[in-house]
Write a protein that binds this ligand. Structure first.
Ligand code: ADP
Ligand code: ADP
Length: 229
């Protein structure tokens, strides 16, 4: 099954203003269940804009976007938020953890939903997720005191809390030394293989891109090359 499908997606910023600019010029892209796709291309080419659109954080100006079988362009904001929460996990280059909260608390947050306090099942799930990224010994450390690689693994555990069908990773290894980057990539790959999670992985690292199922290259708001898949 197809997890993400874009047809003719265009994105303009500052629509109707003198500085209106089109940043994505008609993107077609299909990501199937269990597919791990690298997204490469120069800085400013539109990769983050593309991920924000696929992640339902921003809307296309034109074109069609299906996520997990739902045609999203006609959905209201609350329906997008709901679909995002159930289907999509995010990992960013700068992981956006709450530094004063413990590793475990950071992973618990998406599980809380509307509940004010975690129940035993939530706490157990968060502990399992931290264990799966090798961070059990650090569960009660404030996230801000962990190393960059450890923080990125907490961010990954948090992104997986709702068991999303789709993981969007915007340069999650960009800021890490080679060894930590490899460890984070290996975790992404393992989640992809074990859970069948589809992954869009923005990277500037050609060696990591070669280890993905396919690669698309975005240049000036267009997909100029596809390999694999
Ligand atoms: P990349 O992720 O490949 O570095 P981005 O998607 O961040 O590229 O940016 C693509 C282009 O869109 C850049 O020229 C950037 O300045 C522009 N852009 C991104 N976000 C906005 C915004 N909110 N308003 C106006 N221009 C934007
Ligand atoms: P990246 O290089 O990782 O794509 P950027 O530093 O380009 O990230 O963008 C960071 C944030 O700033 C994004 O949320 C993007 O939408 C916003 N942004 C980028 N370019 C512009 C711009 N020209 N005007 C307004 N916002 C922008």
């Amino acid at each position: 099954p197809v997890v993400v499908e874009l047809k003719g997606v265009r994105k303009s910023f500052n629509v109707g203003l003198p500085n209106e600019t089109e940043v994505l010029h008609g993107i077609d892209l299909t990501l199937r269940r269990g597919e791990f796709c690298a997204v490469m291309g120069p800085s400013g080419s539109g990769k983050s804009t593309l991920l924000n659109i696929v992640g339902l954080l921003d809307r296309p100006t034109q074109g069609l976007l299906k996520v997990c079988g739902e045609e999203t362009t006609a959905l209201a904001d609350h329906a997008l938020t709901r679909l995002r929460g159930h289907s999509i996990g995010f990992v960013f280059q700068f992981h956006n953890l709450l530094g004063a909260f413990t590793a475990l608390e950071n992973v618990l947050m998406p599980l809380l939903g509307d509940a004010g306090f975690p129940n035993a099942a939530m706490a157990e799930r968060a502990a399992e997720l931290l264990d799966s990224v090798g961070l059990s010994p650090w569960r009660n450390q404030p996230a801000g005191l962990l190393s960059g690689g450890q923080q990125q693994r907490v961010a990954l555990a948090r992104a997986l809390a709702m068991n999303p069908a789709l993981l969007l990773a915007d340069e999650p290894t960009g800021n890490l030394d080679t060894q930590s980057a490899d460890a984070v990539f290996d975790l992404l790959r393992r989640v992809n293989r074990e859970q069948g999670t589809s992954v869009l992985f923005v990277t500037h690292n050609p060696e990591l891109a070669l280890r993905c199922d396919k690669t698309i290259e975005v240049v000036d708001g267009r997909v100029v090359a596809q390999a694999g898949g």
